[in-house]
Design a protein around this ligand. Structure first.
Ligand SMILES: [Fe+2]
Length: 295
């Protein structure tokens, strides 16, 4: 029986019924999901109480996993999940919310800036699959903006201007914009910038998108202030409400998004409340720009 799709926004997202993600995925179902992702970029599955192992098995049936170790500044003692997961929670190694001033929390809340996952890696992420285990009493939505629709709404002058531009992305850039600048020499080396095209083409559909992220901090060959202003203007354009879907989480939701076609951001929630959300990530196929592949 094919999956059922119910569109949830004017240009982004669909809710999916008719599938139990705890069961092994057939190749026909995997292809249905890829086709739905190409079309909607965000898929929402409600009522899927998965174990970590089932979450991983579902992810692996869709492609190759990204190893997310080294993406953050968590201390070894506060790693709650294996490196096949990105721990997007606010919880420490004892499952307690980090203190408000904790460095690991202050780094992590940079995810409240619009971004595309792992755009700071030479091979950036394809899909992210985020599952809600515990949610706070209020706040904590995830918002998604469709970069294909945003690209198509640009004028010709702008699409010509950006067609061949290449940006540098780094978590040093995104954190700098919120005043988080205390990095160790090891972190500065680990987070050194990588190059990404500003305009991407989705391989299976040929649809173009503007590849923005708060991690983007320079445009090659451009003066820095002019580059930052163009990136800011494009981000303002691309995150207008008409391109955005805001997901209000329920426990046991699993949401998949395509990082090649969307940006997203978490929204604030009370620091004292637990938000346990766990992400697996599919690796992209290749770098967007020829460069030495580092991770
Ligand atoms: Fe993210």
């Amino acid at each position: 029986m094919p999956i059922q799709l119910r569109p949830i926004g004017s240009c982004i997202g669909a809710e999916v019924d008719g599938i139990d993600l705890s069961e092994p995925l057939s190749s026909a179902q995997a292809e249905e999901i890829h086709a739905a992702m190409d079309r909607y970029a965000v898929l929402v599955f409600h009522g899927q109480p998965l174990t970590n192992e089932q979450h991983l098995a579902f992810t692996s049936a869709l492609g190759s996993l990204e190893n997310t170790s080294g993406n953050n500044v968590r201390n070894a003692a506060d790693l709650r999940l294996p490196p096949t997961f990105a721990d997007v929670s606010n919880l420490d190694g004892n499952d307690k919310p980090f203190g408000r001033e904790d460095r690991m929390r202050l780094f992590a809340i940079g995810n409240q800036l619009w971004h595309s996952d792992s755009s700071f890696k030479t091979v950036p992420a394809k899909y992210s699959l985020l599952r809600a285990v515990r949610i706070p009493s209020k706040g904590g939505n995830t918002e998604f903006a469709h970069m294909g629709a945003a690209y198509e709404a640009l004028d010709d002058e702008t699409t010509d201007l950006i067609e061949d531009l290449v940006c540098e992305h780094s978590q040093l850039f995104s954190r700098d914009t919120i005043g988080f600048r205390e990095f160790t020499p090891e972190e500065r080396e680990r987070f050194k910038p990588v190059r990404q095209k500003l305009v991407r083409t989705l391989p299976r559909t040929g649809r173009k998108s503007v590849y923005l992220s708060s991690h983007a901090g320079t445009i090659l060959g451009w003066p820095l202030p002019e580059a930052r202003l163009l990136l800011r203007d494009l981000t303002e354009h691309a995150t207008q409400r008409e391109f955005v879907y805001s997901h209000k989480w329920q426990v046991d939701d699993l949401v998949i998004w395509d990082n090649r076609q969307t940006m997203h951001r978490g929204r604030a929630y009370p620091a004292s409340e637990a938000r346990d959300v766990r992400r697996t990530t599919l690796k992209g196929d290749a770098p967007t720009v020829e460069q030495a592949v580092t991770a």
